[in-house]
Design a protein around this ligand. Structure first.
Ligand code: MCN
Ligand code: CUN
Length: 798
């Protein structure tokens, strides 16, 4: 089980052959998924269940003059038409966002973005609901919209939020970080400075399963059960209870199988609330399932950061200072899904993998007539934007200084012996060895060969140019600590509850919720490792607030860093108790009992033949428990991480650009990741492949676009382009292992790394192919027309 880099720390993790840490255990969940037995929200059918269709505004900015639902109500199978007036009676016409703003559930007064929720039709089946929705007549007084953040901050811009008392313009907040004076001083004295503008375009998380809910108010039990697409069932339960006034112990949120989250399913959407309100009023279950276009047009979007980056450096390429200024488009409500004390997410990690003396960042956020959102999509709370900025800027600087981009990175990396390291903007990096990862990637990519080939093509005026892009990113994942990070006031800890049954198998319940990441397998592996059990004997449960311990959910790649730690600690608590039972069973003193990780047994010191497994101990715990111990064998842990974890990696992308068509081909795509100790290398590999595909989508294809009227112009998958197998090259992956020193099993998160780390590598590669002709930047998505125009501008087109 040990690979060339040592794999899981051999001292601790040996891969005992029962499916513990470091073993490529096949995903337990896949049997049901590949045999069509997954259980998604839309699979849930309840007796008497009604269907909800939402009437949405065709306008981006309009006052509602009148809503007439009578024609819909007259239809046979339509049960009810709901408007804001109906919700007002139950105080449900608005709901809080995760950033303390207030969003309309159904619009009462003024529509603020296209496809905003205006009314809801409840009918006996989905077709009738849809027909009914078309019969609801809404009179609008159409207003001028503003969709661009810079335009929104102009003096005469239409006011998006005129219902807010103190809101005289579209400005939401200003934020800054770092030391302005010190940074300015560094820039004043620097040998070289560079500056570049770059837009991280608005993206759509695009899970295959859209959002949906089945709400079921039971008047007999006074209980509201909502099956919904949720990445954070417990937090959603608390918010649901607060908004609805239904006591929390009478609210049950179940997140069944989720067909991809990618951050899309962190916020609460009006549709969930409408379904719940309808069920409450009608006393029947109500299902709401979003369509693809509704999802694209209205769901929490990602990015939309317009950034200006600057670096100050010495002549020989030592980076001394970094500055960044951002204009953030937050849409019509401030509804970013992120820890509440971080209005710009974790963007202030923009010093990246480099030891930079001075840093300063500033940001202005604006309301526009576009859907709200701002964080979702494999983003680690804006680390994506930060990594893009610094990794792009390093390339810009390298070109300015005519230095090799690998060399300049090497010169500036935080050295491996400097950890724990505090960055200029106050982050405490736990561990890293950036040079090692870069060296490995360079070797895998055959870097020197391609540099030569690149020069040869330039010299021969070849039809196809070669570009080589590097990104050596650092991530920050695993929020809490609770004192720094909270969602709506709830500290970001996480939890695990482990119960070993009398027959020696176990159920682990966790506060996080999988959306495809394989938790049912990897969390079982953690327990298998800690208790020496066979991984097949451990079931992992999640997503049901009636049975699971309270947790903050899965996003920001926090499951392994936080709930994974909780699982390990809970298992160790069980092991401690097991030890005393072992002593009892083996008739030895507890201090003579030792745990052997390799065999998964307790031994009596000095008597190797006297041993006992957890399975045998479990029987003892229920059938022959020591008099001074409680019967049973279980433990719970609520884990508040002392720090976040800092996974990292180096990606190298080699592209070939056709000077005639602007088409970009991936010649080689190398990804070396380090997520500390690895639980399941196969699952990690899957996470990396998926995330790299999404990084390619970002760099090459995806952008949510609006016309001047605020219409979403790419509101379906014909126009919002996702990468398919055609666009995805062969990935060559590698890894290094730098354990997290503070995590119980030394693991860091990995789910978001590839999407965070790859876009700058891809853009750097495309720029690199043209930098000899003076190109310093190409905006994403780098579709062939964009690339061709850039080629043409610098005289490289054919
Ligand atoms: N893992 C491991 N060893 C490590 C780290 C992780 O084996 N050292 C495994 C974990 O046990 C887990 C998987 O890799 O099975 C991802 O773990 P982690 O990095 O902790 O991330 P989360 O489980 O918290 O997943 C969230 C992350 C985010 S925020 C988005 S967005 C995203 C992503 O995961 N959404 C996904 N990957 C996704 N993958 C799928 N299939 N579907 C999504 O919606
Ligand atoms: Cu930012 S997308 Mo993931 O954190 O659910």
């Amino acid at each position: 089980q040990h690979d060339e880099d040592g794999g899981p720390d051999p001292e601790t993790y040996c891969g005992h052959g029962r499916g513990g840490m470091g073993e490529e255990v096949e995903r337990k969940e896949d049997k049901r998924f590949i045999t069509g037995r997954g259980n998604y929200v839309d699979d849930i059918k309840k007796p008497g269940m009604l269907h909800c269709e939402i009437v949405r505004s065709p306008h981006a900015h309009a006052r509602i003059e009148n809503i007439d639902g009578s024609r819909a109500e007259a239809m046979d199978s339509v049960v009810a038409v709901l408007t804001a007036d109906d919700l007002l009676e139950h105080d449900l016409a608005t709901m809080p966002t995760l950033m303390d703003d207030t969003q309309d559930v159904l619009v009462n007064d003024k529509v603020k973005f296209q496809s905003q929720e205006v009314a809801a039709v409840i009918a006996e089946d989905r077709y009738a609901a849809k027909d009914g929705a078309q019969k609801v007549e809404v009179e609008y007084d159409v207003l001028d919209p503003v969709v661009d953040a810079a335009d929104a901050l102009e003096k005469d811009a239409p006011l998006v939020r005129d219902e807010l008392e103190d809101q005289e313009d579209n400005h939401i907040f200003d934020w800054d970080t770092g030391d302005k004076e010190a940074t300015d001083a560094v820039f004043d004295d620097a040998d070289v400075t560079v500056e570049e503008d770059m837009l991280y375009q608005r993206l759509h998380p695009a899970p295959i399963e859209t959002c949906g809910a089945v709400a079921d108010w039971d008047p007999g039990m006074d209980k509201m059960t909502v099956h919904m697409t949720s990445q954070a069932p417990h937090a959603h339960r608390t918010l649901f209870s607060q908004v609805s006034g239904i006591p929390e112990h009478k609210v049950r949120i179940v997140s069944p199988d989720v067909g991809g989250g990618f951050g899309n399913k962190v916020p609460i959407y009006p549709g969930y609330v409408v379904a719940a309100a309808a069920s409450y009023v009608l006393e029947q279950p109500v299902k709401w399932i979003e369509e693809r276009s509704e999802n694209i047009q209205t769901t929490g979007f990602a990015r939309d950061y317009d950034m200006t980056g600057e670096l100050a450096a010495t002549e020989d390429g030592i980076i001394e200072g970094v500055k960044v200024d951002v204009l953030a488009n937050h849409g019509a409500y401030n509804a970013a899904a992120q820890p509440s004390k971080f209005p710009a997410g974790f963007f202030n990690i923009f010093t990246g993998s480099y030891d930079i003396e001075a840093a300063y960042g500033s940001l202005t956020a604006a309301f526009t007539n576009t859907a709200p959102g701002g964080v979702a999509y494999r983003c680690s709370f804006r680390v994506t934007e930060a990594v893009y900025l610094i990794e792009r800027m390093v390339k810009v600087l390298a070109d300015e200084l005519e230095m090799d981009p690998a060399e300049i990175r090497r010169k500036n990396f935080i050295p491996s012996d400097a950890f724990p390291y505090e960055s200029a903007t106050g982050w405490n990096y736990d561990s890293g060895d950036y040079e090692k990862a870069l060296d490995k990637a360079l070797e895998m990519a055959d870097y020197d060969h391609y540099r030569e080939e690149q020069q040869r093509r330039i010299a021969n005026d070849a039809d196809k140019l070669i570009g080589i892009g590097i990104s050596s990113f650092t991530e920050v994942v695993g929020a809490g600590p609770g004192k720094q990070c909270d969602i709506a006031g709830i500290e970001m800890f996480d939890s695990a509850d482990l119960r070993v049954n009398p027959t020696g198998n176990a159920v682990l319940r966790v506060g996080v919720q999988t959306q495809g990441q394989g938790h049912e397998t990897t969390f079982a592996q953690i327990v298998a490792e800690e208790l020496g059990m066979d991984v097949d004997n451990i079931t992992v449960e999640h997503g049901d607030t009636d049975t699971e311990p309270y947790g903050l959910g899965t996003y920001g790649s926090r499951s392994t860093p936080v709930a994974g730690a909780a699982a390990a600690v809970a298992a160790r608590k069980v092991r401690d108790k097991a030890k005393s039972i072992a002593a009892n069973e083996l008739e030895a003193a507890e201090e003579d009992i030792t745990w052997d990780r390799e065999s998964g047994e307790f031994h009596v010191a000095g008597a190797p033949d006297r041993s006992i497994t957890i399975t045998e101990i479990a029987a003892g715990a229920y059938m022959n428990h020591p008099g001074d111990e409680e019967p049973g064998l279980e433990a719970t842990n609520y884990y508040d991480p002392p720090e976040m974890t800092y996974p990292f990696g180096s990606y190298i992308v080699i592209v070939e650009i056709d000077r005639e068509t602007g088409e970009v081909d991936f010649e080689k795509f190398v990804a070396v990741d380090d997520c500390g100790n690895r639980i399941n290398p196969m699952i990690i590999e899957g996470q990396i492949h998926g995330g790299l595909a999404q990084g390619i989508g970002t760099a090459m294809l995806e952008k949510v676009t609006y016309d001047d009227n605020g219409n979403v112009t790419g509101g379906d998958f014909m126009n919002y382009l996702l990468p398919t197998a055609n666009e995805i090259p062969n990935f060559e992956t590698g890894h290094t292992v730098t354990p997290s020193p503070h995590h119980p099993i030394g693991a860091k998160g990995v789910g978001e790394s590839p999407t965070v780390g790859s876009p700058p590598a891809i853009v750097n590669a495309v720029v690199d192919a043209m930098s000899h002709a003076g190109v310093s930047h190409v905006e994403m998505p780098m579709t062939p027309d964009v690339v061709w125009e850039t080629l043409d501008e610098v005289g490289l087109s054919r």
